[in-house]
Write a protein that binds this ligand. Structure first.
Ligand code: SAH
Ligand code: SF4
Length: 386
């Protein structure tokens, strides 16, 4: 093996150094890497600013660093290595689905840009902010993946069919967001933007990387945690950890309820046998909510299985018993090949919504986005097929 290397042109030696991604590192980690070069810790601030705020993509673009410093770092294999958008699918409704090239492995992950939001937040009181006519969009949402595939095995979800291929790193999670911000020329602080961790994977089964990504996005990129929502299938230890996070970095929580009781939930989400509804709700009760904050119950309507009026009344009872402020987001099931369910009748959807509303539950209907490009909820699996 070694002889192979000796035969190579020595001028190409830097190609052989393992790539060391700067993207994904915290300021403290950057300071440690700069200390190796004999540089003071404050330089980490310059580097973080260049990578996460100015969104530079190569070390050579860090204008506050001397040429000599950039060269020395590059010689040791350091570079930005931000995840790249490898492919774009554009829907008739303006939604864009991206395949984003990971860094820690060859797989691509999926990220979705919804220029008019995901509808789930309409009526939450925040839609009158934002920047108005400056853009073709005014309240965009980016949907972010946390794993390649998913181990949770919900019976109605296309991503489940992949199984878990691997966890994403913090840089790969935050990198999806920064790559899309860059593509859409989003101005942080000016543009109205929401993030939802609702793409491929279960964020709470990749907790450390998920939270490190949130930290980078809040502390370095300048996004607000109150504009972020993480969705979990109900991983109780994850919810318990999440409840202990400081408010300055804690996103809002959505729980994929998806069923009116434990019997149906165990059928459509086998994970319910491990952590039934009551355990999930108990864990969520420990979260110290901000004023006006609610926990979202997501509820996928499966024809005949979860979409009956009596189901709606059971959900209303669950909401009342939860003991914390809840809103329900209804999602009509999006079909996928080989998934054995049927789309609900629009009448059934409306009746369900109405029943919940009559029971006094704040309820919103999520309009499917980008169904034609497989970008809608539960349709993200094209990664391995593309
Ligand atoms: N793994 C996390 C987050 C990603 S899934 C979770 O399950 O919460 C995001 C949402 O999409 C979940 O609420 C899930 O129930 C929903 N979903 C999955 N497959 C769907 C489908 N085929 N149609 C509509 N919604 C779906
Ligand atoms: Fe995983 Fe969420 Fe799909 Fe369930 S719904 S299989 S937890 S991605």
């Amino acid at each position: 093996m070694a002889s192979k290397y000796i035969q190579l042109d020595p001028s190409r030696i830097t190609d052989l150094a393992p790539r060391r991604p700067l993207f994904g590192l915290s300021r403290t980690e950057m300071a440690a890497c700069l200390a190796e070069e004999g540089e003071p810790a404050w330089r980490a601030g310059q580097l973080a600013d260049a990578i996460y705020r100015q969104r530079i993509e190569a070390l050579s673009q860090v204008s506050t660093f001397s040429r000599d410093l950039r060269d020395r770092m590059q010689a040791k294999g350091w570079d930005v290595c931000r995840p790249q958008i490898a492919q774009v699918f554009r829907s008739v409704d303006g939604t864009e689905r991206y395949l984003v090239q990971g860094v820690a492995g060859p797989e691509t992950v999926e990220t979705v840009w919804m220029p008019e939001g995901d509808e789930g937040e309409v009526g939450d009181g925040s839609e009158d902010e934002g920047s108005g006519e400056r853009r073709a969009w005014s309240r965009a949402t980016i949907c972010v993946s946390s794993q390649v595939g998913c181990a949770v095995n919900c019976q109605f979800c296309l991503t489940a069919k992949l199984g878990l291929q691997r966890n994403l790193t913090a840089g790969e999670i935050a990198g999806q967001v920064v790559a899309v911000l860059d593509r859409q020329k989003v101005e942080i602080g000016k543009d109205r933007l929401n993030l939802v961790f609702m793409g491929m994977g279960e964020p709470f089964l990749n907790y450390d990387a998920f939270l490190a990504a949130v930290r980078l996005l809040v502390e370095e990129a300048g996004l607000s945690p109150q504009r972020m929502t993480v969705s979990t299938s109900g991983i109780v230890p994850g919810i318990t950890r999440f409840a202990a996070e400081p408010a300055e970095i804690r996103p809002k929580l959505a729980i994929s309820l998806n069923a009116p009781d434990n019997a149906v939930r165990s059928e459509v989400m086998p994970i319910n046998r491990k952590w039934p509804i009551e355990a999930v709700v108990d864990a969520a009760r420990a979260i110290k909510l901000r004023p006006r904050e609610r926990i979202t119950f997501e509820y996928v309507l499966l024809a005949g299985v979860t979409d009956r009026p009596e189901h709606a009344r059971l959900v209303a009872r669950l909401v009342r018993r939860a003991g914390f402020p809840v809103k329900v987001n209804l999602i009509a099931w999006n079909p996928g090949p080989g998934v054995p369910y049927a789309m609900p009748d629009p009448m059934a959807v409306e009746r369900f919504r109405q029943t919940l509303a009559e029971e006094g539950v704040p309820v919103y209907l999520r309009r499917p986005r980008g169904r034609d490009i497989y970008a809608a909820c539960g349709q993200l699996k094209r990664t391995v097929e593309a």
